[in-house]
Design a protein around this ligand. Structure first.
Ligand code: NAP
Length: 252
């Protein structure tokens, strides 16, 4: 298979953005990153990750693909036009999830708008939704080689088949199988509280889980899970989160 190495910009160097930077660099891509820190601290973080530091304006320039990996409530505060004005061939991928406990209540999402459809509106351009339904701990430690039995899958949703394919190639290069979850409007099936959300499934299992999602149920399950997590004294482990997501989200 011909591998096309990409120039990638990542906005956010938290649990997901930092791990993506490391894995994408390891897979041979060129990665630059940004966060909210002063230049010296950003440079130190980028060095730790093996990526290049960039300002917010520069991280999206001269790249093939941008990951937006920041808390959802920050997305409308990004500078107007930052992503909207990029060439149409630049793929923008969104890893975000809506947690009203963190993001505050957003009326459109409370009224059922699909999260990534709202994100695309805020950014003013089409996006691909990916890496939102994998725990950061799974992203760090759950990679395996293609063909490995039980390989964990990540679903990808979006309206542009070519853009989706580029993101799918990155998912595979970072150690996971890929399931096409359909259009951006279909991506509610991989939002928090659904059977496909952070439940570490193989590709056939994830396909079934996406199909099993019940409209309107995700937010209710998400809030039940958050309520259980806030009662704990210790931060949850990957296993704790998996057990909760599977027992409440999948009903098993
Ligand atoms: N954690 C998970 O398991 C997980 C799994 C799947 C998806 N997600 C979703 O993916 C997104 C990122 O999650 P995360 O856990 O990586 O978040 P996180 O650990 O809280 O990190 C957020 C990152 O965003 C940066 N940031 C915030 N505002 C910014 C701005 N205006 N410009 C540039 N950078 C900005 C922060 O910068 P500083 O470092 O300077 O503070 C930080 O690096 C969220 O929407 C989350 O819901 C999370």
């Amino acid at each position: 298979m011909l591998i096309l190495f990409m120039n990638i910009g990542i906005i956010g160097t938290g649990s997901i953005g930092a791990t993506l930077a490391q894995k994408l660099m390891a897979a041979g891509h060129q990665v630059k990153v940004t966060n909210t820190r002063q230049p010296a601290e950003l440079a130190q973080k980028a060095k730790e990750l093996g990526a290049s530091p960039a300002t917010l304006q520069d991280v999206v320039q001269d790249v093939d693909l941008v990951f937006v990996s920041i808390p959802l409530h920050v997305i409308p505060k990004l500078p107007a036009g930052l992503l909207r004005d990029l060439p149409t061939e630049v793929v923008v991928a969104d890893t975000s999830n809506y947690y009203p406990q963190r993001d505050g209540k957003i009326d459109a999402l409370e009224n059922g708008q699909v999260e990534s459809v709202w994100v695309a509106e805020q950014l003013g351009r089409p996006i691909i939704k990916a890496y939102n339904n994998i725990l950061s701990q799974t992203l760090v430690a759950g990679s395996t080689a293609p063909g490995t039995s039980g390989r964990i899958a990540i679903s990808v949703a979006g309206d542009d088949a070519q853009a989706k394919q580029r993101v799918a190639e990155l998912i595979s290069a970072t150690g996971f199988d890929v399931v096409d979850a359909g259009s951006l409007a279909d991506s509610w099936r991989q939002q928090p509280g659904t059977p496909a959300y952070c439940t570490e499934l193989t590709a056939p299992e994830l396909t079934q889980a996406l199909a099993a999602a019940v409209p309107g149920k995700g937010p209710q399950v998400r809030d039940q899970i958050m309520a259980q997590l806030t009662q704990r004294n210790m931060p949850p482990t990957r296993d704790d989160l998996l057990v909760l997501n599977r027992s409440l989200g999948m009903g098993v």
